[in-house]
Write a protein that binds this ligand. Structure first.
Ligand code: AMP
Length: 212
């Protein structure tokens, strides 16, 4: 099964993608996580991407498309995957078409702008395995420590208010048009994002046609 998961920054797509990965046993491919890893390892891709992320802008299409193409060619993707954060522009969606990838569904988590800043400023991410938490809505068992791998939980440098506002603007301008793109193909499923993680997960599973 191939699922694309989209939604505004901080809408919970990473957390829902992790849940789907553990439920459906297919890889979770987050372009944001791949880019952040490249930045921390100072690879050529990371060096190019760093300034875009820091300003809340999208990394250029050609860089991200090449990265996804390589990742989808790996062995573990043969039975399907959850694409989290890709595509984010119409040219990226067209590139996916050209790669011969037809998703089974495109899940869009719908969250109002007003709740995004609160969600993002409380978000924490594991430095080592990129698992996502929220200090209020999805706290780890031990403060500052990843439940899954024991890694340190950090606030992402792009989860600060000025960058969050820019990322939202970019989302509305460049990513939201994908809703229409995939609706026209009959693939779009909307799921309402809620305060409580469990409620969002239930909406996601319903949107996928699985009762939880
Ligand atoms: P995310 O972890 O999905 O919120 O992504 C964090 C940041 O990585 C975004 O704000 C972009 O700067 C960059 N990024 C992730 N995915 C893409 C993509 N598909 N196209 C362009 N930039 C991306």
């Amino acid at each position: 099964m191939k699922i694309i998961i989209m939604g505004p920054p901080g809408g919970g797509k990473g957390t829902q993608a992790e849940y789907l990965r553990d439920t459906l046993l297919i890889p979770h491919i987050s372009t944001g996580a791949i880019i952040r890893k490249a930045i921390s390892e100072k690879t050529p891709l990371g060096l190019k991407a760093e300034e875009y992320i820091a300003e809340g802008h999208l990394v250029p299409d050609d860089i991200v498309i090449a990265m996804v193409k390589e990742r989808l060619g790996e062995e573990d993707c043969r039975k399907g995957y959850i694409l989290d954060g890709f595509p984010r522009t119409i040219p990226q969606a067209e590139a996916l078409d050209e790669m011969g990838v037809t998703p089974d569904c495109v899940l869009c988590i719908d969250v109002e702008d007003e709740s995004i800043v609160e969600r993002l400023s409380g978000r924490r991410e594991c430095k080592d395995c990129a698992a996502s938490y929220h200090v209020k809505y999805n706290p780890p068992q031990k403060e500052g420590v990843c439940d899954k791998c024991g890694g340190e939980l950090i606030l992402r440098s792009d989860d600060v208010p000025e960058t969050i506002r820019e990322r939202l603007k970019v989302y509305h301008e460049q990513t939201e048009p994908l809703e229409e793109f995939y609706r026209a193909k009959g693939l779009l499923r909307m799921a309402k994002g809620c305060e409580e993680l469990e409620d969002t997960t239930r909406n996601v599973m319903r949107a996928l046609g699985v009762e939880k």
